[in-house]
Design a binder for this molecule. Structure first.
Ligand SMILES: Nc1ncnc2c1ncn2[C@@H]1O[C@H](COP(=O)(O)OP(=O)(O)OP(=O)(O)O)[C@@H](O)[C@H]1O
Ligand SMILES: [Mg+2]
Length: 319
C-alpha cells in the first residue's frame, strides 16, 4: 500500500477577533496520495484557504496534525520547514500577497532555486516561464507591470520550479481567460504525470474540478461534509449541502436527473458554531439527530457523507 504524501488529522484553526472566536476550520481530516488531484469546494468563507495555509504551514494550526511525506510538520518553524518547502508549494489565491513587488520575474523565479541549492541557470528559468506560456520579455518586469493573469502564471511557475511533489493551488485559474485556463489545466496534468505531482485544487469552478480532479472534498462552515471520487460525489451527492451546491451547475448529461435545491436562509456566522450539522437551520430534512455531531456514513467505496440521509437503511431481521 502506498503511503499518503499528505495526512491531515483533526485540523482545527480558530482566529481570535476581539471577544469573539472565528471557527474557520473545525476538525478536518483527509489524506492525499502521490500523484492524486484532490479538489476542495465549498462556498466563500467555508475555510478552504485557511485550511490550505495551515497545511503549508503559513498559519499555525490551533489543533490537529499535518504529516507531510511521513514527517510531522505541525509545529515546524520556518527554518525547520525549509527542506519540506521544496516539495510542498502553494499557488495563492491573491497574488498581491505572494509576489514580492520589488523583485523582477527573473528574481522571483530564481529565489526558490537558490534557496534550495538547485541549479539556477538561465535555462531553468526560461523553461519554467515557457511552461506557463510567458515569453522572456517578462523576465525584467516587476509584478505591478504584469496583468492579473500574468501574475497568476508567474506564481504558478515559481511553485513548480523546484519540481515539488505536492502543490496547493488556491483558485489558480480565477483571473485567467478561457484559453489560458485550459492551458493551465493542461500544464497541471502534464506535471502530475511527469513528476507524479499531487495537488490540492481549491476552486469554485465545479466543471473544471470535474474534469481535472480525482477526488473532491466538500467543505461547509470549516468542516468536510462529503468526500469521494469526483464522479461519485457529483453524480450521487448525498449531503444536502453538496446537492445544493451542485444544483447550481447545469448538467450536460440529460439522463441524470437532479432536483434544483435551494437552501433557505443564510450561512450562519463562523463565530457561533453549533454542535451537529452546519446546515441544521437551513435544511428541509432536518431532524433531532442533526443537532448532535454527525459521523461520516459510507455511501460507497471511498465516498462518505456526514448527513443522516446517507445513513444505510436498517434492515430488520426477521425472527
Ligand atoms: N487572518 C484571519 N483572521 C480572522 N479571520 C480570518 C482570517 N483568515 C480567515 N478568516 C475567516 O475564516 C473564515 C474562512 O476563511 P477562508 O479565507 O479560509 O475561506 P475560503 O473558503 O477560502 O473563502 P473564499 O472562497 O472566499 O476564498 C472566514 O470567516 C474568514 O473571515
Ligand atoms: Mg479562499
Amino acid at each position: 500500500m502506498t503511503e499518503p504524501i499528505l495526512r491531515v488529522e483533526h485540523l482545527v484553526k480558530h482566529f481570535r477577533e476581539g471577544r469573539h472566536t472565528i471557527h474557520a476550520v473545525n476538525d478536518v481530516s483527509f489524506e492525499v496520495y502521490p500523484g492524486e488531484a484532490v479538489a476542495v469546494v465549498g462556498e466563500s468563507g467555508s475555510g478552504k484557504s485557511t485550511m490550505a495555509r495551515c497545511i503549508i504551514r503559513l498559519e499555525r494550526p490551533t489543533a490537529g496534525r499535518i504529516v507531510f511525506n511521513g514527517e510531522d510538520i505541525t509545529h515546524h518553524s520556518a527554518r525547520q520547514m525549509r527542506p519540506a518547502r521544496r516539495m510542498l508549494q502553494m499557488v495563492f489565491q491573491d497574488t498581491h500577497e505572494s509576489l514580492n513587488p520589488l523583485f523582477s520575474v527573473r528574481r522571483i523565479l530564481r529565489e526558490p532555486l537558490i534557496l534550495h541549492g538547485l541549479n539556477h541557470d538561465k535555462t531553468q528559468i526560461l523553461g519554467a516561464l515557457e511552461k506557463v506560456k510567458l515569453d522572456q520579455n517578462h523576465l525584467g518586469r516587476r509584478p505591478h507591470q504584469l496583468s492579473g493573469g500574468q501574475k497568476q502564471r508567474v506564481g504558478m511557475a515559481r511553485a513548480m520550479i523546484t519540481r515539488p511533489q505536492f502543490v496547493v493551488l488556491d483558485e489558480p485559474t480565477a483571473s485567467l481567460d478561457m484559453s489560458l485556463r485550459l492551458q493551465t489545466l493542461n500544464l497541471l496534468r502534464e506535471l502530475q504525470r511527469e513528476l507524479n505531482m499531487a495537488y490540492l485544487f481549491i476552486s469554485h469552478d465545479l466543471s473544471t474540478v470535474r474534469h481535472l480532479c480525482d477526488r473532491v472534498l466538500v467543505m461547509y462552515l470549516g468542516r468536510i461534509v462529503e468526500a469521494g471520487r469526483v464522479e461519485d460525489v457529483f453524480d450521487h451527492p448525498r449531503h444536502v449541502y453538496t446537492q445544493a451546491l451542485l444544483s447550481a451547475i447545469p448538467i450536460p448529461d440529460p439522463t441524470i436527473q437532479r432536483q434544483r435545491l435551494l437552501l433557505s436562509g443564510e450561512t450562519p456566522s463562523t463565530r457561533q458554531l453549533k454542535p451537529g450539522c452546519g446546515l441544521q437551520d437551513r435544511c428541509p430534512h432536518v431532524s433531532a439527530e442533526c443537532r448532535v455531531p454527525i459521523p461520516f456514513y459510507k455511501v460507497s467505496d471511498g465516498h462518505v457523507a456526514a448527513c443522516r440521509l446517507a445513513k444505510p437503511p436498517i434492515i430488520e431481521e426477521k425472527l
